[in-house]
Design a protein around this ligand. Structure first.
Ligand code: NAP
Length: 260
């Protein structure tokens, strides 16, 4: 789907991957709706897009709150492209994580993507066109030790993508899953303790990518109608190794990962 002239809604667009994706969609001629909790950061991103000559509006919403997802869907009619990118979650052993924190890291990304997609799916199907992008983490492919809550929410997001793809076959509405390796966003300062838990094997093999590279991958996924994009290629190689040699790959991730 060409994005020029289309309406795109990006969640988690106040910073990081979402902010860069919103900017790139706008640079490709789309009108972008930016969603997150921080009104101030959203306004900065809208200003940045407007100064570049693009078209954007900010929508403040806490996507961990189902009521606010409903209100957002009433405020913004179904876009042509929905990017489910907002996400949080510290990497912790399950019994070290408070129940409230487990609920929050499951709510965003997983429940937020599930509920917001549900809000817009009917209109997309009726129009017979639309695109949904779910931004996911490598741990949805290659489990690592010490982040049960974060990891299970990403597996749920992977399940959502696969289920939707099956239901949407032949409807004109498509789904992409974009999975970057480690990204040089503020994620690791926003979620302290996560960075240290990346297994040594992944640090050694997989270079860090930038939010701008993620934005390109997200816009490309829509324009080229790609089902799945894992990058950089070293991550893709590791993922293939996980499918060919699951025992060895998961042993290496465990051996070079976090223990207590
Ligand atoms: N960084 C990485 O290495 C990496 C790698 C692969 C995948 N990912 C995934 O990519 C997604 C984006 O990550 P990032 O690196 O861009 O992280 P980030 O810089 O921390 O940005 C997260 C975004 O999500 C928004 N957000 C968080 N909770 C929210 C809520 N309750 N309601 C609405 N918006 C909310 C934040 O905005 P507010 O705080 O203003 O609400 C922010 O805009 C995450 O799901 C992450 O797991 C990240």
């Amino acid at each position: 789907m060409q994005v020029e002239g289309k309406k795109v809604l990006v969640t988690g667009a106040s910073q990081g991957i979402g902010a860069e994706a919103a900017f790139r969609f706008a640079a490709h001629g789309a009108h972008v709706h930016l969603v997150a909790r921080s009104a101030e950061l959203l306004d900065l991103q809208v200003k940045r897009i407007s100064e570049f000559g693009g078209s954007a509006t900010a929508h403040q919403a806490d996507l961990a709150d189902a009521g606010q997802i409903r209100a957002l869907a009433e405020e913004v009619p179904a876009p042509d492209v929905l990017v489910n990118n907002a996400g949080v979650g510290r990497w912790l052993f399950l019994d070290d994580t408070e129940p409230e924190e487990l609920v929050t890291m499951t709510a965003v990304p997983y429940l937020a993507a599930l509920l917001l997609t549900r809000e817009y799916l009917g209109a997309m199907r009726q129009r017979g066109s639309g695109w949904i992008v779910n931004v996911n983490s490598p741990v949805s492919r290659l489990p690592i030790p010490g982040c049960v809550g974060y990891q299970s929410a990403r597996w749920a997001l992977r399940g959502l993508t696969a289920s939707l793809r099956s239901d949407l076959r032949g409807t004109g509405v498509g789904v992409s899953e974009v999975i970057p390796g480690k990204v040089s966003s503020e994620y690791f300062s926003n979620n302290p303790g996560a960075e240290e838990r990346i297994p040594g094997i992944a640090r050694l093999m997989i270079p860090t990518v930038t939010p701008a590279q993620c934005a390109k991958a997200i816009v490309d996924a829509v324009e080229k109608e790609r089902a799945e994009h894992l990058f950089p290629w070293q991550l893709k190689a590791f993922e293939i190794s996980g499918r060919l040699f699951p025992g060895l790959t998961s042993y290496l991730a465990w051996k070079t990962g976090t223990h207590r």
